[in-house]
Design a binder for this molecule. Structure first.
Ligand code: SF4
Ligand code: SF4
Ligand code: FES
Length: 261
């Protein structure tokens, strides 16, 4: 049986439906997938699906699309690019946050488990409510803030060295795997900005064209927004793009420290 979650009986995860095995299949992959429709009034459950590996693409996302197209059209999940650049298909796969489109079925457990990212209200099945996370992103004003007029006949230019300072930040696809795995954000998510948003804040702090560095640091110098990070680095371990948000947060703290001295 799947574990009970939460204290309310209505939130306990129940044994769901086991869908039929594909006929004639010689290579079968089983996926135990979290299902929940808040509008149904039913408890969450875990359904077991059997996928014929010889009639499915190589990635978990291929299997999820196959399930929706051929087995259960009510199944809900997010996806768009199917190549690891949009951040939509983040979910908890065999206990780790990752992207379904770049997780090979052959790398997964048998049976594999697929849950939504944790620490988010479930809209339906694998779709979490990210409204709060995007509101936190908006709060750091993730756009170029300038006072001086733009050059008349060119863009605001950067040297290659200035541009290189954005490396390790610009690659973030806002999948929120990191924030979903951050214990500080579990406990203080109403006020702590979390690793994804703080990495974005770092991206604007180190942009040579931005002219609001002091204001940005003023806005971040707060016991909850920034300093709830305790550098445990769950965020860095789970980033599917290989980024290091924990290090970037430490760099923001250092910038504030250096500004004081
Ligand atoms: S290093 Fe900071 S942001 Fe990353 S998981 Fe730990 S507390 Fe969260
Ligand atoms: S830092 Fe990594 S895990 Fe976090 S939102 Fe960006 S890409 Fe996703
Ligand atoms: S579908 Fe875009 S990252 Fe997976």
């Amino acid at each position: 049986m799947p574990p009970a979650s939460g204290t309310s009986p209505a939130s306990r995860i129940e044994q769901g439906k086991t869908w039929p095995e594909p006929q004639g299949a010689t290579r079968v992959r089983h996926l135990r997938i979290f299902r929940y429709d808040p509008e149904s009034g039913n408890n969450p459950r875990v359904d077991t699906f059997a996928i014929d590996r010889d009639k499915c693409g190589p990635m978990l996302l291929d299997a999820l699309i196959k399930i929706k197209n051929e087995i259960d059209p009510t199944f809900a999940f997010r996806r768009s690019c199917r190549e690891g650049i949009c951040g939509s298909c983040a979910m908890n796969i065999d206990g780790t946050n990752w992207l379904a489109c770049i997780r090979a079925l052959d790398e997964m457990n048998e049976p594999a488990t697929v849950y939504p990212l944790n620490n988010m209200d479930v809209v339906k099945d694998l779709v979490g409510d990210q409204a709060h996370l995007f509101a936190q992103l908006h709060s750091i004003k993730p756009w170029l803030r300038t006072r001086t007029p733009a050059p008349a006949n060119s863009e605001r230019l950067q040297s290659p060295e200035e541009r290189a300072k954005l490396d390790g930040d610009y690659e973030c696809i806002l999948c929120f795997c990191c924030t979903s795995g951050c214990p500080s954000h579990w406990w203080n998510g109403d006020r702590f900005l979390g690793p994804a948003v703080l990495l974005q804040a770092h991206r604007w702090l180190v942009d040579s064209r931005d002219e609001a560095t002091d204001e940005r640091l003023d806005e971040l110098e707060d016991p909850f927004k920034l300093y709830r990070c305790h550098t445990i680095l769950n965020c860095t371990r789970t980033c599917p793009k290989g980024l290091n948000p924990g290090k970037k947060i430490a760099e923001i703290k250092l910038m504030i420290q250096q500004r004081r001295s």
